[in-house]
Design a protein around this ligand. Sequence first.
Ligand code: MCA
Ligand code: AMP
Length: 512
Amino acid sequence: MSENLYEILQSRFPKDPDAPCLILPDNSEISYGRLGQESARYANLLISLGVKPGDRVAVQVRKSPQALFLYLGALRSGAVYLPMNDAYQRHEVEYFLSDARPRVFICRPQSRDLAVELGQKAGVSHILELDDEGGGALAEMAAKEPALFSTVPRKGDDIAAILYTSGTTGRPKGAMLSHENLATNAEVLHKYWGFRPKDVLLHMLPIFHVHGLFVAIHCMLLNGSAMFFEPRFDVRRVLKLLPKSTVFMGVPTYYTRLLADPGFTKEICTNMRLFISGSAPLLPETFQEFRKRTGHTILERYGMTEGNMFTSNPYDGERRAGTVGFPLPGVTLRIVDEENMPVEPEAVGEIQVKGKSIFRGYWNMPEKTREEFTADGFFKTGDLGKIDKDGYISIVGRAKDLVISGGLNIYPKEIEEMIDALPGVLESAVIGVPHPDFGEAAVAVVVRRKDNDGTALTGERIIAFLKKRIAGFKVPKRVYFTGELPRNTMGKIQKKALREEFGSSFSTPKNL
Ligand code: MCA
Ligand code: AMP
């Protein structure tokens, strides 16, 4: 039997082909029947472009229904879907293409020249455009394809998607997620979060990451009900659509932004069944304030690109602030010390996980993959956590050097290397500090060379330099200069000391 994820999702589509799947900002609807037909057209198109099972289809476009058809079409064709944040620039895209060597690359029209240049270097056979409204060459070609397609059978172990996640050291790694990884997690979440036939999801997350693409969309397609499919998070649109929705998923920034708006009231949430938060820590203050304002208790869960969702607060039981709940069914989770030995109850250690949703390894990096698993098959998350006496897990820090800003990951090493290469810079450290909107924001602490008088090397210039080269969200919000960076006796930079020194760069308003 085929274990293609699309077939598993499709088996749960409603019997009525006219049942709505997507509700768009102009109030038009895309039915489940049409979703099946459109994804068939995109699958036919990919096959006609020579895509064979296992070929990568790289995609860097804005969110649109057509981008979703493309994702499902890629699954159906047996291809490996490779989504990229549309904020990524030359430096980032070049690496992903040269590493993943996709057969097809779908880009925005405004990046076509760059896509052609980088695509040719990486041996990409076809580069097609999909614009922000879902039009362009790709959509036009797909429209000419038949609306029927026999989904290519896949085994559970076959790779469905590659999502790049940067590393704390070295190059970004392509996490290979299999059809089974994605299907298992989707089934578990759908059940655990108690989805009901008439649920309506307000979908505002981007669809180039696990949260928006897999967690949110798979749950809804398994549920066979409708989602408001919005291009981006927008408080005004939330206020308008929440009264007609029952489920919302977001990163903590979405919740702090909602709370900052006086129009976000209990009345607006009357129809709501569930608010879910993840991708970054939800502050207990936000959790409490949200409950006070709306009467709803946000359900926080925890996961990672390499393994989908690992834990969740309960749907029916007590949802505890500052915790990420319990291991999901099918996930074995342990907290260990540096020798991979389980720690005492309530002691802090690294979180390690095992289960069917854990990825199949890093693309082309067998060595790295081996390093990230223990001898007994647990994946090392690099997150530090503890389990309280009632079994609730909390994340208390990260062993990995990572900043999570508005739910997006920033790897300091990538930014430090760029700053260090600038003339006049001796060295730099990028750290995460509390930020009222993004939860955490990156700031850079830079040491000038002795012979640099500082006229050319200003914080503004460093920021302007970085903005031209990397995705905007990774650019430090501020740059500080210092005489030297604090180091321990081993010569390692003490980022903790820097976080203490610069931690109040953006003070948090009291009410959040
Ligand atoms: C945008 N900017 C940011 C961020 N987003 N800066 C820091 N952190 C961010 N997250 C910067 C832009 O570069 C730009 O800078 C300025 O803010 C305005 O950009 P814009 O796109 O208009 O911002 P926005 O629309 O307000 O976006 C903020 C956002 C968005 C809504 C919080 O970042 C977002 O939707 N985040 C969710 C990401 C997500 O889906 N994460 C899940 C990953 P300038 O003006 O200087 O140019 S999956 C995951 O983590 C795991 C598996 C899990 O557990 O879910
Ligand atoms: P990513 O590499 O984008 O998949 O990000 C995964 C990381 O996000 C995890 O390793 C955690 O550090 C963090 N994360 C996800 N959910 C939560 C959460 N609820 N609380 C704290 N950190 C989280």
